[in-house]
Design a protein around this ligand. Sequence first.
Ligand code: SAM
Ligand code: SF4
Ligand code: SF4
Length: 333
Amino acid sequence: MVTDKFKRPMRDLRISVTDRCSFRCGYCMPREVYDDHEYLERSSILSYGEIRRITRLATDLGVRKVRLTGGEPLLRTNVHRLVEMISDLDEVEDLAMTTNALLLAREAERLKEAGLDRVTVSLDALNDQLFRKMIDTDVPVATVLDAIDVASEVGLEPIKINTVVRRGWNEGEIIPLLERFRGTGHTVRFIEFMDVGTLNSWNLDEVVPSAELVEMIAKRWDIEPAESNYRGEVASRYRFTDGGGEVGFISSVSAPFCGDCTRLRLSAEGKIYTCLFGSDGTDLLTPLRSDASDEEIRDLMEQTWTKRDDRYSELRGGTPLASPKVEMSYIGG
Ligand code: SAM
Ligand code: SF4
Ligand code: SF4
């Protein structure tokens, strides 16, 4: 198994299958920037065969968990075929997808049949007006809620619900979201607004530290910390003592978890990144398309990982570090 400079193994691969999205969440793809954005050219986007090959080579280096993301992964045509091709790899023990769920109700069944294990659905508010404001798109929240039900019916479980919390926007949605999902088996995870990329006007004042949310939730329900499930788990979890399930917190700003970060990221154009806040990746597309052998590509991946010394969130404190950073929709959340 390959490890980096801090002895972290490569366990997870996050694959961005497209840099396009149907929503315009202000913290990720602000409309004023992305309505006039140059997206990747079709010809420079990895084919499903190329993605499968990179995934297979990543499993040789230790990867066991794979997540399809983006952009919005369900915008990629017939993405269930890619699911089929990856779930076919014996070493992949867990295959998940993060989605905004706009197309999930329609796709859920064939994704499950193709071998997808589970989905994470992004949902920042239950209030319809606020939901539309958060995604800056004319889609009713009911579409996402219905899709969660369909995903659950076909067995894409356990489902996680990702909620990015932004001060002044959706703190009022924390309790309603938990009221809705407690006891359903789905786990809501509150994510601190992160300074990914440079286009989302990130500001520390808009970050609500998870500790504040824990306090808010503890006033309403009795909760206790839960043990971490595995090394590299990014969410800290609390259990409702009445058996209502769990709630998670992803505290990249207030309590960074770089020490346990075991994730490699693959962009839609075939670059691998060893950190969400990276500025440049290692190009695999060129070697892939110039007949490089498996060994050569695997070596390139291994060298990239063994050189890795990323710990951006631990170094950041409250001030984004002055380096060019790739955007979330490009690198995959
Ligand atoms: N489009 C899909 C979705 O939204 O589920 C997948 C890609 S999206 C980039 C993956 C996750 O990143 C989402 O749950 C989203 O809420 C989160 N995200 C995006 N920008 C973020 C930011 N600035 N801070 C924290 N989380 C962010
Ligand atoms: Fe799209 Fe997901 Fe980014 Fe929202 S968070 S703009 S749904 S990629
Ligand atoms: Fe991993 Fe980079 Fe995030 Fe740290 S800042 S947890 S190294 S992705």
